[in-house]
Ligand binder design. Structure first.
Ligand code: SF4
Length: 357
């Protein structure tokens, strides 16, 4: 779906359509690899799938199917159309407890740095290539064991960029050192500000992508308010220990009457949606205060360079990006609506209002 809308980040997010996206599609997985659904206890959504691969690292074995984010990070971001290698890379990451998004986006960053001559094979002690699925799986293993080039890759893309210098920061696809998920910061309008103001960095689990945005470019109108609403919603959902998919599929993408009635049923409270929104807001402010205490501020609330400086070059979302002017206008407004200073520090009045002082 995202590829058809021109928002499937490919080749380290230099472009946002992938010629071989069909090779990585759900239809491909369903027809050739999925053997059954799997679910957390009692969940009616059952988002999990078990796959069996005829060849590769786990030939003949059953294992968890890579989710969308993994297919993006180990697949399209690396120009990798080899779905078996994505299944394998996912399996190895799971085995070693590594995040597939950070792994894949770090690899695509290094591959582009090599391609542009910012670093050389001899600098790295090895290669990271686009369109090399089997090579990717081996690099995941080396990273997990911190062997050879894996010792460098284990640093993640931000610290590697600090080592590489030159213009490598322009090729980073991360916020606050966390590699960004597969919901385009350029193509899906709320995500540039959403990732930038995410308390944990480039996470798609603070601001949620608007899946059903119209095909016509919605522009930036209303995105600041949406970001705040969405962040309060995810903070509340996490605090309720509610799976995001259940929360969204069952009760919608915002805190509403349905959310309030579910919480009231389970807890015996008698709250309404406004009270729940304030709980989410309080949590988000508390997270922000922790970041402020750690020295983070406005300069860290910044989307990747490419998001603000390079429009999507082709495809259905061609021309979309978030210019620095647009971004800072939204950030100013975001801080104002949040009740934070223009440096991104929660104000005393807001903290009093939320009972945090
Ligand atoms: S939707 Fe959430 S709770 Fe349900 S199976 Fe998937 S991860 Fe588990």
């Amino acid at each position: 779906m995202l590829n058809s809308r021109g928002t499937l980040c490919t080749h380290n997010a230099a472009v946002e359509t992938f010629e071989f996206a069909d090779d990585l599609s759900d239809e491909q997985l369903k027809q050739n690899y999925i053997v059954r659904n799997s679910a957390c206890y009692g969940c009616p959504v059952a988002c999990g799938k078990v796959v069996k691969s005829p060849d590769g690292e786990y030939a003949g074995k059953k294992l968890k199917m890579p989710e969308y984010e993994t297919i993006y990070a180990l697949g399209s971001m690396l120009d990798n159309r080899d779905i078996v290698s994505v299944i394998d890379g996912n399996g190895v990451c799971d085995l070693y407890g590594m995040d597939t998004i950070s792994m894949g986006v770090t690899l695509s960053f290094v591959a582009e740095c090599l391609e542009r001559g910012i670093v050389s094979q001899s600098d790295l002690g090895g290669r990271v290539d686009f369109a090399d699925g089997r090579g990717m799986v081996e690099l995941v293993k080396l990273t997990a064991k911190k062997q050879g080039i894996g010792k460098l890759l284990a640093l993640g893309s931000l610290r590697l960029s600090q080592k590489f210098g030159a213009d490598s920061h322009r090729l980073l696809y991360c916020v606050k050192g966390l590699e960004i998920a597969g919901h385009s910061a350029r193509g899906i309008r709320p995500m540039a500000l959403g990732y930038a103001t995410s308390t944990r960095g480039g996470s798609h689990h603070d601001t949620r992508p608007k899946y059903l945005f119209p095909d016509d470019d919605p522009g930036f109108e209303g995105q600041v308010e949406y970001n705040i609403t969405s962040q309060n919603y995810t903070a509340l959902g996490d605090s309720l220990i509610m799976c995001r998919f259940v929360q969204e599929k069952g009760f919608g993408p915002v805190i509403d009457k349905m959310t309030a009635s579910v919480v009231n049923y389970v807890t015996g409270w008698d709250g309404d949606q406004r009270e729940l929104d304030i709980i989410g807001e309080r949590i988000y402010n508390l997270e922000r205060l922790i970041n402020v205490r750690r020295g983070l501020g406005r300069r860290d609330d910044t989307p990747p360079w490419r998001t603000m400086n390079e429009p999507i070059p082709n495809g259905p979302a061609q021309g979309r990006y978030c210019s620095s002017e647009n971004f800072h206008r939204m950030l100013d407004e975001y801080y104002r609506l949040r009740g934070w200073s223009q440096d991104g520090v929660p104000g005393q009045a807001k903290l009093s209002e939320l009972g945090l002082r």
